[in-house]
Design a binder for this molecule. Structure first.
Ligand code: CA
Length: 496
């Protein structure tokens, strides 16, 4: 008997080492990532829209976790931000500087390292990096920008159309994967929404939301761009002049079923007709555009908020909440009429800043706000790895946020942040780069048609309406930021 028993244990030890080891207690990571979701449209961040369009489920992450006020992106545009999140490296090193690029999936990325560390990995939803996802046990990603209705999802098996509303479908499929995953391993799930990226097609159930309300206008809706360089005035992202028929829902972008189209027509067609018959001009027309835009944007956010609630409930119902870190963020912020704009790209606060809310029971103080630490999407890759207790390679340029989550920010934590936008001319936004210390911001526009600088005092001028560049009162600040810009360009190996 004895030799047989020994052989049996030997067999188990060799064939199935997990059987003898303790259960893997490392935390699960749920990363909920939106597209173009501005902090102004999350009620936990406060602001004039908080009461108009509350986001109770996203706010729940803040109530049970920590909210960051100064999470900045390195390059405020969709694809490049995603490449930074995966690699933990600036655009010039990960090779994806512009949306027109194709991501090199053969490089080192966090999901591959998590896989290696024994995590089950999946991505569901927006990808937007063209090449096939690597590093995921399971991927199910939108084709290109994705459609709000009846989206096409790409898996390793091919492309399939799924009838329904994209935000709901991404959440359904995220939950399906959680249900079917290898539950012996901890998981890393990137549940990534298209919403609230344009062109904003709300769910039918949300068409009446805000229908009879006037949404407050931002103070800078009619910005005249004086007080700054010529850069901002040359934009092509104005609510007044650049929205076009699809963003205004005079035309639809998705291919709808007859029932979906009938429901959308019932809401939009009579209102469109009334608008065209009124022949509004000037500020009245801009105001109408703004209301049309902001309501559809906030309706898209409402579906995202419901999806966040569904995922949090799923964790609760499956006793996963205690051992799952939930991270909510967006690829960048967005203009909700500030400076008269929709879209992103600029280093001005609304698109430079992105939401970051984190719940991690036992590690993060519930209901806390981090007001001052400068954190970045550059830090996400290192953070995922640190949560998984996996080694963080030396060449990652971000830092693990774990001590910051715990309220134990290291003394040597970054005091400044480097930004670099490459898509010269997209929506009229020139190439620019710069640095902020959280209080002041220096921006360089190097192209010959501008060849200029801007300097803002974010505390004294939070709307960024007056550049103080070459103001003698700020000469020390200006000189300091110039030196810091050079130091960071050298540190991050930015090509000349
Ligand atoms: Ca985006």
């Amino acid at each position: 008997m004895m030799p047989k028993l020994i052989l049996f244990f030997l067999w188990v030890a060799i064939v199935s080492p997990c059987w003898l080891s303790a259960a893997d207690e490392r935390p699960n990571i749920l990363f909920i990532f939106c597209d173009d979701h501005a902090t102004q449209a999350i009620s936990a961040y406060g602001g004039p829209l908080a009461n108009v369009a509350p986001t109770p489920n996203i706010d729940r992450i803040a109530k049970e976790g920590v909210l960051f006020k100064k999470c900045y992106v390195t390059n405020s545009i969709c694809g490049p931000s995603r490449a930074v999140v995966l690699t933990g490296k600036y655009s010039h090193l990960n090779g994806f500087t512009k949306n027109s690029d194709t991501f090199d999936g053969s490089q080192q990325i966090a999901p591959k390292l998590l896989q290696k560390a024994g995590y089950s990995t999946a991505i569901v939803g927006k990808w937007h990096l063209k090449s096939e996802p690597t590093g995921f046990d399971h991927f199910e990603v939108l084709k290109g920008q994705g459609e709000y209705y009846n989206p096409r999802l790409r898996t390793s098996e091919g492309i399939e159309v799924h009838e329904g509303y994209v935000t709901d479908i991404i959440t359904d499929h995220s939950i399906d994967w959680l249900e079917s995953r290898d539950s012996k391993k901890p998981f890393f799930l990137m549940s990534q929404h298209k919403a609230p990226h344009g062109r904003w097609e709300p769910a039918i159930r949300h068409l009446e939301f805000l229908a009879d309300e006037e949404v407050p206008e931002p103070i800078t809706l009619f910005d005249d761009y004086s007080g700054r360089s010529q850069a901002a005035a040359q934009h092509a992202m104005g609510i007044a002049d650049h929205m076009g028929d699809h963003r205004l829902m005079f035309q639809y972008s998705s291919k709808h079923t007859p029932e979906q189209k009938a429901a959308l027509d019932a809401y939009f067609v009579p209102r469109n007709k009334a608008f065209h018959e009124a022949s509004l001009e000037g500020k009245d027309k801009t105001r109408w555009h703004y209301q049309r835009y902001i309501k559809n944007y906030l309706r898209c956010v409402k579906a995202v908020d419901e999806s966040v609630g569904r995922l949090l409930d799923y964790l609760d119902d499956n006793r996963l909440s205690e051992n799952t870190i939930v991270i909510y963020s967006s690829d960048q912020g967005f203009y909700l009429g500030e400076h008269g704009w929709f879209d992103k790209r600029w280093m001005y606060e609304e698109s430079f800043r992105t939401p970051l809310l984190v719940r991690w029971p036992g590690a993060v103080e519930p209901g806390s706000t981090n007001q001052n630490d400068i954190v970045s999407n550059l830090d996400f890759a290192s953070t995922f790895l640190d949560v998984a207790e996996a080694p963080i390679p030396e060449d990652l340029q971000g830092e693990s946020l774990l001590p910051v989550f715990r309220g134990e920010t290291p003394e040597k934590w970054r005091k400044t942040h480097y930004y670099h936008y490459y898509e010269s001319g997209g929506h009229g936004v020139p190439l620019h780069y710069g640095v902020t210390d959280g209080r002041y911001k220096l921006i360089r526009y190097p192209e010959p048609h501008l060849n200029t600088w801007e300097l803002f005092d974010i505390e004294g001028d939070p709307l960024e309406l007056e550049s103080r560049y070459d103001d003698p009162a700020l000469s020390d600040v200006q000189n300091g930021l110039h030196s810091e810009l050079k130091r960071l360009q050298s540190l991050y190996e930015v090509p000349e």
